[in-house]
Structure formats: structure tokens, C-alpha cells
Design a binder for this molecule. Structure first.
Ligand SMILES: Cc1cc2nc3c(=O)[nH]c(=O)nc-3n(C[C@H](O)[C@H](O)[C@H](O)COP(=O)(O)OP(=O)(O)OC[C@H]3O[C@@H](n4cnc5c(N)ncnc54)[C@H](O)[C@@H]3O)c2cc1C
Length: 585
């Protein structure tokens, strides 16, 4: 079903892109404007888009600064790992921006990232280089960093089953350490058949062996995670896109619309992923608080983590809806091994930078899933198995993935503003109010939610009574929504008058009456313009001394700077003399 959805979405995409271009050029009607920020995100998530936007605003500063700390900005991955899914994986990315600058200058790294420190574990592989450290070395980042005594280091193999990614990724001899902050995720030029094939294979992993009702939520969640990752990448590459004509990097609204904005389900999936990762962080909140970074390490890191997790709420995602009984255990195994394949598929990506961010994020999601589905707080053994054994790379990828999603959400909101400016340009001022009033953009989310319920229904048969999967009430609601959203198109352009200052508002409302004498209106306009011209001359005389004073000060500052030998810090172009702004009609 998900495969069909993917195929269908591919078929529709060309048409949608074409439609989008035409729509923007000709009319302001587009599906981008139909989301409701106050609707819940979908089954399992008792949170709205608006609430997530709010949370994100609160944590944004801390998460950005957290991932730029020395501890969180380094990631280890093996760019040379063989793709095990098909032969002849020789695709080449021609773009310079595909390249990753790996850390070669080890001397400049902080001490705790030096190979010998990384290797200094209690298993006594102290004088080994980083490439030789063993699986156990990574089993607890606390031990590595702080040389604290960990009495029991269980065999990592026993933990293997609980992992949703391939732990060997971090143990490979060829793995390199990369500074993520120096290799931002952005447009790389990677695409075409190679990238398409990888996405196709990723979605193909969502073919669970059973089509029973119980697999429904699992399938949906799997699909949403993958699609949310895909949409998040699409958002980043549109937000940090190279304009090849000007050579400048910046947001490309058309590209965002074509890849993400025009597909409400995709936007919704980014929010869904945010909810998943946020919930996993919430779940390990008590343990995160106890993280004992080395004393010589930046104490702020712990405070930042605490600030972030304290903004999160348990209701954001209910992982208990999935995998409830013994039968579900086998679905969970299936889910785990399929997600592991997704992480392994990253080895087939040809563009190194894409591969690296792909690894970071798939490992981040894998860690989230492990925390959500394998950690039972009531069971001491599962705590030992999951939390006590979190590796530093899991923690790094988890928080970097959260930051990727947080950035996506910020970008989506920025794109909303850009979109609004474009569509509701000068000649459509009235639509702006309408747009915000209805939160139109986010009403599309609602439709996305419906589509999941649809899929569940198809899988389950329409008579399914499972309360957690489909509620009959939802069906009625759905029909009601159907008619409710029929009108959710961007409002047609209405002839609007230009924005004017309050003193003129009364005149204007009189001006706009249909039967007004055109000569009277012209007369009033002339009077207004003449008054404006006089006001301009008068204000110019008033402002002259101030402007001359400023000019003198700036020039004196320049001469002084030259005299004392410092660089000019005042930008002449930014000097803004006081000038009265004319309001001519
Ligand atoms: C792991 C990975 C990481 C990447 N990282 C980067 C990067 O950092 N920078 C960069 O510039 N490029 C990156 N790419 C490439 C990028 O994702 C696109 O593949 C590329 O830009 C070509 O896009 P496209 O429009 O041809 O369709 P693709 O994005 O390749 O998508 C293929 C098809 O999937 C369907 N689809 C698209 N999005 C979704 C969605 N969210 N949910 C469901 N279905 C969807 C559509 O039908 C589409 O035609 C990466 C690719 C991969 C596989």
C-alpha cells in the first residue's frame, strides 16, 4: 500500500509541480494554504502543529548551541562502507558541495576527542588508536569521556537485537570523524536516478509481511518516519539552496513547494518525526539529567540538555499504541530489521555529505525507536539494556536529528511567510488577513491525517472496531471535514485598496464609494499630494542639521579610525539619513 502511495505520489508529482508553477503565475489557489495548526497531528500524537511550533521556538536557541558544542558536533561514519544491496554502486556526484571535509588535523581537536582518549577504556586498550578501539569502547560514552568506573560492561552482542541500526557502523576501521558544523546539510546537486533508486528502496522496506490490522499503525509510523526524513531533507536543501545565477545560498520557495509544501502529508510527517524524537528525549529525561560529563568539559552542555527536555511533554507521542502484545512482538522484530536496512541503505548513497547526514539522521531515528519501543521504565533490565548502554554516537545522532527537525520546522514557518508574501502581494492585501485567520497553510495537515486513517481502513477492512486504530466517529468527522475543507483554497483576489495611514483612512473610505464623482476624487488626491510635497520640504529643512551632524560624526569617526589604525566598523551603506517618506497617491 505504501509502495503504491509512493508510486502514485511519484506519478502525481510532475503534474503537481507543473500545476504549482501555473498556479503561482496565474492564480493564488494552491493546496499549500490548507493546514490547520490547531488540529491534532494524527493517531498517537496528542499534540497540534501550533503546539510543536511553540515548543520549537522555546528550545531553538539551546538546541542550536548544543549541536555546536565540541561534544555534539563530531560524528563518526565510514564513507567507504560497501553498499550491500546491489552491485556496481558506482554513482558519482559531480558537485563540489557533495564533498565532506573530514577531520585530518587531529592536533586541533579537543583532548577528549583524541584517539588515545577515545580508546582509554577499562578494557585496557589504552594505547590503541581510535581505529582499533573495540565495540565495548563505545558501549558507554560516560566511561570513555570521564574514565568513570563502570562495574558491569555487558556484552554488546546481547544488546544487538535491540538496535534499529547497524552498530558496526561506528566500529569500522575506515570510519572517519567529521565535524558536522563544518559540513552543513544543504543543497548538493545530488539527485537523478541514483538518489531516486535509494529512496525507492527505502520505501520498499515498508512492505511488512502481514497485512493484519495490528501492522497498520506500525506500517503507518514506518512510512511517516521515512517520508518525514525525506521531506526534512527536501526542506533543508530548499532552504539552503545555491542560486547558480547569483552564486548565493538562500531559500528557494519554488523548490520547497515542489518538493514539500505542495504535499501536506509530507509537511505533516516532518512534525510527526519531531514528535517521535521529542518523546524519546522526554523518556530518557531522568537519565539525561544525571549525565555526568567530565569536569573539564563545558558544564553548559548539561544545562542546555535540561533546558531542552524540560520543554517536552509526554503526550506528544504515545508509543504504547504500537506493539502491545506477543503477536506484536514479531511485528516489532520486523519493524526493527526493516529500519536497520534503511540505515544500511545510506551506504549506497553516492554523495558523501548526503550519506553522512543520512547516517546521522537514520541513526538518530534508530536511537529514538530503541528508546521508545525497547525501554520499559518499569523493568530494570530494559533500563540496563537501553539507557545504560547508550553510546555517545547514539546520543550525538539523536540530538543532531532533533536539531535537523527543529531547523526544518523553523524553515517551514519561514517558507509560509515567503509564500504569503509572494501570493498575497501588494494587489491582494485582503487575502493576508484571511490567510492568517484560517491558518490555511496548516489545514492541509488535517487532510494528511485523514489519509493515514484511510490507509488503515483499507488495510483493516472498513469494519475494524479497534479503538486505537480507527474510531467510527472519525469517519463521520472525516465526512464533515471533507465538506469543511472544500472551501479551503486561497481566497480569490479581491480588488483591495492600498494601505494608508490612519489620518487618511476616512478620506479613503469616502473615496472608494462607487458612485463618487471622479473629479472630486482627483481634486482631493491633488490636494493631498501637494500637502505631502510641502510636508516633505518642511521636514527636509528640519532634518538637515541632524543629517549634517551625523555625516560629520561618521566622517570624523573614519578619520579617527584611520589615525589610530583600526578598521572602519561603520558601514556607510547602512547609514540611513532621516528622510521624510512621501505618501503620494
Ligand atoms: C539519504 C539521502 C540524502 C540526501 N541528502 C541530500 C542533501 O543533503 N542535499 C541534496 O541536495 N540532496 C540530497 N539528497 C537528494 C534528494 O533527496 C533528492 O533525491 C534529489 O534532490 C532529487 O529530488 P527529486 O525531486 O528528483 O525527487 P526525490 O526527492 O529523489 O524523490 C523521489 C520520489 O519520491 C517521492 N517523494 C518525494 N518526497 C517524498 C516524501 N517526503 N514522502 C513521500 N514521497 C516522497 C516523490 O514521488 C519523488 O518523485 C539525498 C538523497 C538521499 C537518498
Amino acid at each position: 500500500d505504501q509502495q503504491n502511495a509512493f508510486q502514485l505520489s511519484q506519478n502525481n508529482e510532475g503534474a503537481a509541480q507543473k500545476q504549482w508553477t501555473n498556479q503561482l503565475a496565474v492564480t493564488d489557489e494552491t493546496p499549500f494554504c490548507k493546514m490547520d495548526k490547531d488540529e491534532n497531528l494524527g493517531p498517537g500524537c496528542d499534540v497540534t502543529i501550533a503546539e510543536i511550533n511553540n515548543i520549537n521556538k522555546k528550545i531553538r536557541k539551546d538546541i542550536v548551541s548544543l549541536v555546536n558544542t565540541d561534544f555534539f558536533k563530531y560524528f563518526k561514519f565510514d564513507p567507504f562502507k560497501k553498499c550491500t544491496f546491489w552491485e556496481n554502486n558506482e554513482g558519482i556526484c559531480f558537485s563540489r558541495s557533495c564533498a565532506v571535509d573530514v577531520v585530518e588535523d587531529w592536533d586541533k581537536l579537543p583532548e577528549y576527542w583524541q584517539p588515545e582518549v577515545l580508546g582509554s577504556l577499562e578494557n585496557d586498550s589504552t594505547n590503541e588508536t581510535e581505529t582499533h578501539h573495540t565495540a565495548e569502547d563505545d558501549a558507554s560514552f560516560l566511561n570513555e569521556l570521564c574514565n568513570s568506573k563502570n562495574d558491569k560492561m555487558n556484552q554488546l552482542e546481547s544488546n544487538n537485537d535491540l538496535n534499529y541500526y547497524d552498530i558496526n557502523d561506528f566500529l569500522n576501521e575506515d570510519a572517519v570523524l567529521v565535524d558536522l558544523s563544518k559540513n552543513p546539510e544543504r543543497f548538493t546537486g545530488y539527485g537523478g536516478q541514483e538518489a531516486g533508486q535509494i529512496w525507492k528502496s527505502i520505501y520498499a522496506e515498508n512492505c511488512f509481511s502481514s497485512d493484519e490490522a495490528d501492522t497498520c499503525l506500525a506500517k503507518d509510523a514506518f512510512y511517516r518516519i521515512v517520508s518525514g526524513l525525506h521531506a526534512s531533507i527536501g526542506t533543508h536543501l530548499s532552504n539552503d539552496h545555491l542560486d547558480t545565477t547569483t552564486g548565493e545560498w538562500g531559500p528557494d520557495l519554488d523548490l520547497f513547494m515542489a518538493r514539500v509544501g505542495n504535499f501536506p502529508e509530507r509537511v505533516s510527517n516532518v512534525y510527526f518525526n519531531y514528535a517521535i524524537v521529542a518523546k524519546s528525549l522526554w523518556k530518557i529525561k531522568p537519565y539525561l539529567k544525571e549525565l555526568d560529563f567530565c569536569n573539564d568539559y563545558d558544564n553548559d552542555v548539561k544545562q542546555k540538555i535540561i533546558n531542552i527536555v524540560s520543554q517536552l511533554d509526554s503526550k506528544i507521542f504515545d508509543e504504547d499504541l504500537m506493539f502491545k502484545d506477543d503477536y506484536d512482538a514479531s511485528i516489532k522484530d520486523d519493524f526493527r530489521s526493516r529500519f536497520k536496512n534503511v540505515t544500511k541503505l545510506m551506504d549506497c548513497v553516492h554523495c558523501d555529505r548526503c550519506k553522512m547526514w543520512g547516517k546521522v539522521q537514520t541513526t538518530g531515528y534508530a536511537t529514538s525507536l530503541k528508546i521508545l519501543f525497547e525501554l520499559n521504565e518499569a523493568d530494570e533490565e530494559s533500563k540496563q539494556q537501553v539507557v545504560n548502554r547508550l553510546t555517545k554516537f547514539e546520543l550525538i545522532s539523536l540530538l543532531n536529528t532533533f536539531n535537523r527537525l527543529s531547523t526544518s520546522i523553523e524553515s517551514i514557518n519561514n517558507f509560509e511567510t515567503l509564500y504569503d508574501e509572494r501570493v498575497n502581494g501588494e494587489d491582494n492585501q485582503g487575502a493576508i488577513a484571511n490567510f492568517f485567520q484560517n491558518n490555511n497553510f496548516f489545514k492541509l495537515i488535517e487532510k494528511a491525517k485523514d489519509s493515514f486513517i484511510d490507509k488503515c481502513k483499507k488495510l483493516n477492512g472498513s469494519n475494524d472496531t479497534s479503538e486505537n486504530v480507527i474510531d467510527l466517529a472519525v469517519e463521520e468527522e472525516e465526512e464533515a471535514e471533507e465538506s469543511k475543507f472544500q472551501d479551503l483554497k486561497m481566497p480569490k483576489k479581491k480588488p483591495q485598496q492600498k494601505k494608508k495611514n490612519t489620518t487618511q483612512k476616512n478620506n479613503i473610505s469616502q473615496d472608494s464609494t462607487a458612485d463618487e464623482n471622479v473629479w472630486a476624487r482627483a481634486w482631493r488626491t491633488e490636494i493631498h499630494n501637494t500637502r505631502e510635497a510641502f510636508r516633505f520640504i518642511y521636514r527636509s529643512y528640519l532634518d538637515l542639521p541632524k543629517n549634517l551632524g551625523n555625516m560629520l560624526l561618521v566622517n570624523f569617526n573614519k578619520v579617527w579610525n584611520r589615525f589610530v589604525g583600526v578598521q572602519d566598523y561603520l558601514n556607510e551603506e547602512e547609514q540611513d539619513p532621516s528622510v521624510y517618506k512621501l505618501d503620494l497617491h
